[in-house]
Design a protein around this ligand. Structure first.
Ligand code: KIV
Length: 267
């Protein structure tokens, strides 16, 4: 680590040299600090915030206000990693002007270094406008959770040859529109491999197999902090919910028994 901020140019160089890109979500100051200290390249303040932090059933209720406040907190904790702020549902779909304005807020008010937008051809024009305004954009294809109602659930996308061709075309359109990287979520690994080879920008997979240029995971999944079950594509490196529950039980029992506070905690 050289202390310099990771940029879109550096991510492109990593794709060219074959060095894998590491991305993880974070939604607050302490977690972003830890992810940054661990050497992650990109911190994504994803709108998965809605599910893993705010307790919603999906990401649709997440607002610009939510994203601004959590992106700002995470950005304060990231000294080296690039911070990407996710554009929530209905913050960019209405018009290019709305997309530019809200992307600008994530950069200007919350300190994001880039924004992420879900969708293919339908948002390519908005991406072009945001990039023209000087803001790097990360695209997102495959299972785009803001379209969960249209998809009828969180399902693997691109299984038929027609659906696969559609995603490949979308990836090329996002590249042409100026996206500096593209997230591919929940698609077959062979399709992700083909896309990774056919576009020049870095492809970051989540549930898209090992052939992408990098990987992104939701931090609550890899730390074991969200529910009992984790998605098939995630690897659980810790069982944090169990550890936290145990620690809180110990605190409750210490207070009840008079064990805490002890003389060393009193003035
Ligand atoms: O919101 C999010 O965390 C995301 C990632 C899962 C890619 O979009």
């Amino acid at each position: 680590m050289n202390g310099k901020r990771v940029t879109n140019i550096e991510l492109l160089e990593k794709k060219r040299s074959g060095e894998k890109i590491t991305v993880i979500t974070a939604y607050d100051y302490p977690t972003a600090r830890l992810a940054d200290a661990a050497g992650v390249d990109v911190i994504l303040v994803g709108d998965s915030l809605g599910m893993v932090v705010l307790g919603y059933e999906n990401t649709l209720p997440v607002t610009m206000e939510d994203m601004l406040s959590h992106t700002a907190a995470a950005a304060r904790g990231a000294r080296r990693a690039m911070v990407v702020g996710d554009m929530p549902f209905m913050s960019y779909q209405a018009s290019c002007a709305q997309a530019v304005e809200n992307a600008g807020c994530l950069v200007q008010k919350a300190g994001a270094h880039a924004v992420k937008v879900e969708g293919g051809r339908a948002v390519a024009e908005s991406i072009r406008h945001i990039v023209d305004a000087g803001i790097p954009v990360m695209g997102h294809l495959g299972l785009t959770p803001q379209s969960v109602l249209k998809f009828g659930g969180f399902k693997v996308q691109g299984r038929s040859s027609e659906a696969a061709r559609h995603i490949i075309e979308d990836a090329k359109l996002l590249e042409e529109a100026g996206a500096f990287a593209i997230v591919l979520e929940l698609i077959p690994k062979s399709l992700a491999e083909e896309i990774t080879k056919s576009v020049s920008v870095p492809i970051i997979g989540i549930g898209a197999g090992p052939y992408c240029d990098g990987q992104v995971q939701v931090i609550h999944d890899i730390l074991g902090l969200y529910g009992e079950r984790i998605p098939k594509h995630a690897k659980k490196y810790l069982s944090l919910s169990e550890n936290i529950e145990e620690a809180i039980k110990n605190y409750v029992s210490d207070v009840r028994s008079g064990e805490f506070p002890g003389p060393e905690h009193s003035f």
